[in-house]
Write a protein that binds this ligand. Structure first.
Ligand SMILES: [Zn+2]
Length: 587
């Protein structure tokens, strides 16, 4: 009865659209405040930093945005309005699943990742949502949205179009103001307008991007093709402290340890990754940039590793199984060939060679690398491995020989924070490390007959393994996420083997040291190096890298980003990982 009277009151109002938009917006804003109260409490902490004027200004702006958006929806005729509302419901559910998983709504960076490197993150966020909590959050919202269906449309198309100008302009202009002045993470209030904000943020960022060519290297002519090969392996989601090579109590990497005993592996300990997700780390690793964030577009302007390798006479190959960085490189090259890159290989390239990467995982890549080297030398190969992206159970075969630690998670089981859940999570991850890291090297080393090679190995970032109750695996500023492995492996006939013995003990490495390390391995003269790169591993001393920086969020520093650091000595427990042992199961 009350609802009916309410609806009648609205429909008989002289300005039914404006009144409904205002009422529904008030309800929507209140619902958000009630259901995500803790979020708003957190917001009050930024109040002293941001200032009361700015704070209330932003809150008002967000409210106006909701009104404008609802008004725009009300201007749509029947079926279009239904479509708009269904789309809004989808956005609300997606936003709440992000929020439940990552404690934030989607950011411009997330949207960028979804649009470029595939829906991995979105998939992870949506698959790892644990319960019906999301629907609990979304339901009141959906009910408010359905109020919008009940208001009749009386205007003509022309009139609706004219009426839509002001609210559309409000959305555009207010979001541009937010883009310029308010960090995304601080004011992600309403799920719907946040999504619009994020979309526009992404567009504004794209408009500002650098679209020119990369810097050129000075003229140089290599006298001949080098005899050695350099392989740079950037693994995916491998946490350094879960390798027994780094003291982990389970034998996850026995083969690597045997290589170390033979003097063919130089372990550099726990390295600090440049970023908490693939895109940032790869941008820094491939271009040697060394300041955070990259607001000067140096990762788009610097010459790449391929440029240097090509100059030194190497044949350059990029194996990009993880869609790690090729997309931005190709985009910068306007879909044309990537400068100085002779060959790039993705999953499709392996399919054409009848190498089934799904069944063999990264071992298929190891075999390919062996066969490449066995035919000759002079290659520079950059590999973005598939590695151990969640879900870990997909990353090693069903063969019981590779299920060393049990019980394990099911293929698509979400992260469960109970003690048993964590035990399974870590067991599954450790089995994955054993296969994707140790077995990868075992196959490569034992099948490669041409022994003149060097491998520099690291991972793009690590994983949380839910130690502090995180339901996310990476992408956030947690220090544990930048704990990655780093080591060099050489063939028995590698010409510069002595370089390894020259590395002083006790150095601390960061991703930022890798670029110059590779230039040293290629033999690039100082006169060719056009940027002030961080020191190579071969020149690091125990005095360097007392503080190791990394970042997360927007690479360009537009709005939402965080720069953090690993001090020396690190916080207690950093660089350490332990299996979960719940002891014998009691009845
Ligand atoms: Zn990654």
């Amino acid at each position: 009865m009350i609802a009916k009277r309410f609806l009648r009151a609205i429909t008989q109002d002289p300005y039914p659209r404006a009144t409904t938009a205002l009422l529904a917006a008030t309800l929507a804003v209140l619902i958000d405040l009630i259901f995500r109260f803790s979020e708003y409490q957190d917001l009050s902490h930024v109040l002293p930093v941001v200032g009361a004027m700015k704070f209330s200004g932003v809150l008002t702006l967000v409210f106006l945005q909701v009104v404008a958006l609802f008004y725009l929806i009300l201007l749509l005729p029947g079926s279009l309005r239904t479509v708009a509302i269904l789309l809004s419901v989808f956005v609300v559910v997606a936003q709440f699943s992000y929020w439940v998983t990552l404690s934030q709504f989607m950011t411009g960076t997330d949207l960028f990742l979804v649009l470029t490197v595939g829906a991995d993150t979105l998939g992870e966020a949506i698959l790892s949502f644990r319960d019906t909590l999301i629907f609990l959050y979304a339901l009141p919202y959906v009910l408010v949205l359905f109020i919008l269906l009940r208001v009749p449309l009386r205007s003509t198309f022309r009139k609706s179009l004219a009426l839509s100008v002001l609210p559309a302009f409000t959305l555009l202009a207010s979001n541009y103001v937010l883009f310029l002045h308010v960090p995304e993470r601080h004011f992600h209030l309403n799920p719907l307008t946040s999504f619009i904000r994020t979309t526009l943020h992404y567009e504004f960022e794209t408009l500002r991007e650098y679209h020119g060519p990369r810097d050129d290297l000075p003229a140089f002519h290599a006298s001949q093709r080098p005899l050695d090969s350099i392989i740079y392996v950037i693994d995916e989601s491998v946490r350094g402290s879960n390798l027994s090579l780094n003291g982990y109590p389970r034998a996850t990497t026995p083969f690597l340890q045997s290589l170390e005993t033979q003097g063919r592996l130089k372990n550099l300990g726990i390295c600090v990754a440049a970023g908490s997700f693939s895109h940032i780390s790869n941008a820094y690793l491939v271009t040697g940039h060394n300041a955070f964030p990259d607001d000067a577009f140096r990762t788009d302007k610097n010459p790449t590793l391929f440029d240097y390798a090509k100059k030194m006479g190497y044949e350059t190959i990029y194996i990009d199984i993880d869609n790690g960085y090729l997309f931005p490189l190709r985009k910068a090259a306007r879909e044309g060939p990537v400068r100085s890159l002779d060959r790039w290989m993705n999953e499709q390239s392996f399919k054409e060679r009848h190498i089934d990467l799904e069944a063999m995982k990264d071992v298929g890549i190891a075999r390919f690398l062996s066969s490449l080297l066995n035919e000759g030398g002079g290659y520079f190969v950059l590999v973005n491995k598939k590695g151990l992206h969640f879900h870990y159970r997909n990353r090693y075969p069903d063969d019981p020989a590779f299920t060393t630690w049990k019980p394990v998670m099911e293929v698509s089981e979400p992260i469960d924070l109970s003690p048993t859940g964590r035990e399974k999570l870590v067991n599954t991850y450790d089995n994955g490390i054993h296969f994707e890291v140790d077995e990868f090297f075992r196959v490569f080393v034992s099948e490669t007959t041409n022994q003149n090679y060097v491998i520099l190995y690291t991972s793009d970032h690590g994983q949380t393994l839910a130690e502090q109750g995180q339901v996310y695996t990476h992408m956030k500023p947690d220090k544990v996420i930048v704990d990655v492995p780093e080591f060099l492996v050489v063939g028995e006939r590698y010409g510069q083997k002595t370089l390894l013995t020259g590395i002083p003990p006790g150095i601390r490495v960061s991703h930022l040291n890798n670029f110059a390390t590779l230039l040293d391995l290629m033999g690039v003269p100082m006169s060719l190096r056009v940027r002030p790169y961080d020191k190579s591993i071969f020149s690091l001393t125990a005095e360097d890298n007392r503080v190791r920086y990394y970042m997360t969020g927007s690479l360009r520093g537009f709005g939402d980003y965080v720069v953090s650091m690993i001090p020396t000595p690190p916080d207690e427990g950093w660089g350490l990982s332990r299996p979960v042992d719940n002891g014998p199961k009691s009845e």
